[in-house]
Design a protein around this ligand. Sequence first.
Ligand SMILES: Nc1ncnc2c1ncn2[C@@H]1O[C@H](COP(=O)(O)OP(=O)(O)OP(=O)(O)O)[C@@H](O)[C@H]1O
Ligand SMILES: [Mg+2]
Length: 137
Amino acid sequence: MNTIIKLRKEEDTIDLAKKLAPSLRCGDVIALFGELGVGKTFFTKHLCKFLEVTENVSSPSYVLMNEYSGKFPIFHFDFFRLDSKDELMELGLYDIFDKGITIIEWPEIAENLLPEKTIRIEFSFDDSYRKVRIVKV
Ligand SMILES: Nc1ncnc2c1ncn2[C@@H]1O[C@H](COP(=O)(O)OP(=O)(O)OP(=O)(O)O)[C@@H](O)[C@H]1O
Ligand SMILES: [Mg+2]
């Protein structure tokens, strides 16, 4: 599947999260690509809400990972500030993937560690709105 959707307003992003949430299963990995401020954390907040997380979801850019409990355990990473592959390896991603749903902002540094079935969601700015490309194998 390879779909492009226009996200003209926040509600469009919320709708996308609402549609994706019921299809997610334990072990799924979601890689969120896109530049600063494009809406990766915003999307994650709503996705978590539709996965029955009641806690406040915040950006993990300083802490690297936040863990939430919802319908499944949810691991929310942001690799923007990750300096090295060594630091990445120390996280033990492989053990985490199986335990719940993993959502990764700025996933580029980890790209060759991601499972083949990773759901790739690529956000971008386009003129006056945002858009997103979703790639699922
Ligand atoms: N579809 C949309 N239309 C308009 N505004 C949006 C949309 N999606 C998100 N936003 C707004 O963009 C703001 C910034 O988004 P967010 O913090 O999620 O970006 P980010 O991609 O996580 O950035 P960073 O790379 O810094 O982590 C949000 O506060 C939200 O209000
Ligand atoms: Mg963010």
